[in-house]
Design a protein around this ligand. Structure first.
Ligand code: NAG
Ligand code: NAG
Ligand code: NAG
Ligand code: NAG
Ligand code: NAG
Length: 373
C-alpha cells in the first residue's frame, strides 16, 4: 500500500491532474452528478430537470474526492449501485461504490496487475456485472459480483487475452445484447463495429454493419459511447455514439442492425462525456454543464425532432464554470473541494450495465441445453 501511495504522491506533485466529475443514472432513473463543483447531486427524474429548484445535495461521507483525470461511472442496474473508476488521484486502483438506495459510499480495493488506469476503455456487462476493459492491447475483466458495498477481499483485474486489433487502437467500446461493440478499429469501414461476444469469449472475425436508412454510415473516428438501458432491466439493445467533433448523435440498434442520426449536441466539446438512461442521453461537458437529449426507443419521428436541453436544476445547484472547455484548470491535489472551479477534463467513453447471477444461471442452462441437444 505504501509504495503505490508514494508513487502517486510523486505523480501528483509532478504532473497537472485535472479533476473530472461524472454523471450517471440510478436504477430509478434519477440523474446523479458526482464531483460537480466539489459536491454530489441528485437531479431527480427527467420530469424535474427543467425545474429551477436546485438539485438535491447528496454529498456523503466516504465519497471519493473526484480529483483524478478521466473519472468514469457505471450503473449496476440490478444492484442499483454506481461504480466509479479513477475517482481518487491518490488511490487510482480503488473502485468506489455508491449504493443509490442507501445513499452511502464504500471503497473496494482492486488489484490492478498489468491493467493501466491511465489508458483503457471499459463497459460493465448488464447480465454478469463483470467489467470488460481494453487496456494496452489486452482484454481485462473484473467481476463485481452483485456488490452494492465494498467487499473486504480485494478484487482483481484479470488479463484475459490479447485483442485481435492493431496495436495502438484507442478503444471506443459500447455494450448491447451482451456483445461488446468496438468502434473506430483500424481497417474497419465506417458504419461497422467489431464485436466480442461476452458469453462465449469470442471475437467475431467479421465486422457488423449498422447502416443509416439513407445508406450512409457513422464515421470511423474516435468518440464517446453509452448504452441505453431498458426499463424492465433486460439487456441494452441500443447505444449512442457521439464522434469527438460532436457533429452528430448516432443511435445504433443491434436488434435491427440500423443507425439513426439525431441532433448533434448543442455544446461541441471533444472532452464531454455521456451517460444514457432509458429515455434520455445526458452530456457532461468539460466545464461542468449538463444537458440532455430526450429519447423514445422505437419512435423515430419523435427522436429525429428532439433537441438538446439544459438540466436546469443542476445548473442552478452547480453552475458550470465560464472557462472554455479547452482550458480546464488544474485539479486540487490536496483533494479539498473547491466550491467555484468545476473545470474538468474528462475522456474515456465507458458505459454501464448491471446484472444478476440469475440471468447468468439461465444463460448457462441454455448453454448446457445447447450442448446436450
Ligand atoms: C486521461 O486520458 C487521456 C486521454 O485518453 C490520457 O492521455 C491521459 O494520460 C489520461 N490521464 C490519466 C491520469 O489517466
Ligand atoms: C444521410 O443522413 C445523414 C444524417 O442525417 C446525413 O448526414 C447524410 O448526409 C445523409 N446521406 C445521404 C447520402 O443523403
Ligand atoms: C443483424 O446482424 C446479425 C449478425 O450479422 C444477424 O444475425 C441478424 O439476423 C441481423 N438482424 C437483422 C434484423 O437483420
Ligand atoms: C411517438 O411519440 C409520440 C409523442 O409521444 C406519440 O404521439 C406517438 O404515438 C409515438 N409513436 C409511436 C410509433 O410510438
Ligand atoms: C486547493 O485547495 C486549497 C484549500 O481550499 C487552496 O488553498 C488551494 O489554493 C487550492 N489549490 C488549487 C491549485 O486550486
Amino acid at each position: 500500500m505504501f509504495l503505490p501511495t508514494l508513487v502517486s504522491l510523486f505523480f501528483l506533485s509532478s504532473a497537472t491532474v485535472r479533476a473530472s466529475p461524472c454523471v450517471a443514472f440510478d436504477a430509478n432513473w434519477n440523474l446523479l452528478a458526482f464531483g460537480l463543483n466539489g459536491k454530489d447531486w441528485n437531479a431527480g427524474t427527467q420530469d424535474t430537470w427543467s425545474s429551477s429548484t436546485p438539485a438535491t445535495d447528496i454529498t456523503a461521507s466516504n465519497r471519493p474526492p473526484f480529483d483524478a483525470a478521466n473519472t468514469t461511472c457505471y450503473l449496476s442496474q440490478y444492484a442499483n449501485a454506481i461504480y466509479a473508476i479513477n475517482a481518487d488521484s491518490k488511490n487510482p486502483s480503488s473502485l468506489y461504490i455508491y449504493d443509490a438506495a442507501a445513499k452511502s459510499w464504500s471503497t473496494q480495493a482492486v488489484t490492478a496487475g498489468s491493467f493501466d488506469y491511465t489508458s483503457f476503455g471499459a463497459i460493465l456487462d448488464h447480465d454478469t456485472n463483470v467489467f470488460y476493459a481494453l487496456s494496452q492491447g489486452n482484454l481485462f475483466s473484473l467481476d463485481m459480483g452483485l456488490l452494492k458495498a465494498a467487499n473486504s477481499t480485494p478484487l482483481n483485474w484479470v488479463n484475459d487475452e490479447q485483442v485481435p486489433y492493431p496495436s495502438g487502437y484507442v478503444p471506443v467500446m459500447a455494450l448491447a445484447q451482451n456483445h461488446i461493440h468496438f468502434l473506430d478499429v483500424p481497417n474497419v469501414p465506417a458504419g461497422s463495429a467489431d464485436i466480442f461476444v461476452i458469453h462465449y469469449s469470442y471475437f467475431q472475425p467479421q465486422p457488423q454493419a449498422y447502416p443509416l436508412s439513407n445508406g450512409s454510415a457513422f464515421p470511423a473516428t474516435y468518440g464517446q459511447v453509452t448504452s441505453f438501458f431498458q426499463a424492465d432491466n433486460t439487456v441494452q439493445q441500443e447505444f449512442a455514439f457521439i464522434p469527438a467533433d460532436s457533429s452528430a448523435t448516432y443511435i445504433i440498434n443491434v436488434e435491427t442492425n440500423t443507425t439513426q442520426a439525431l441532433a448533434a449536441p448543442t455544446t461541441k466539446d471533444s472532452k464531454a462525456t455521456y451517460f444514457a438512461g432509458v429515455t434520455a442521453l445526458v452530456q457532461l461537458t468539460s466545464n461542468g454543464a449538463v444537458s440532455y437529449l430526450p429519447y423514445l426507443e422505437g419512435n423515430t419521428s419523435t427522436n429525429v425532432a428532439a433537441t438538446w436541453a439544459t438540466v436546469s436544476n443542476l445548473a442552478t445547484a452547480a453552475p458550470p464554470s465560464s472557462s472554455s472547455s479547452s482550458s480546464g484548470s488544474s485539479g486540487n491535489a490536496s483533494g479539498s473541494h473547491s466550491a467555484t472551479s468545476p473545470s474538468s477534463t474528462t475522456t474515456s467513453g465507458a458505459t454501464l450495465g448491471a446484472s444478476i447471477q440469475y440471468s447468468m444461471l439461465i444463460t448457462c442452462a441454455l448453454c448446457l441445453a445447447a450442448f446436450v441437444v
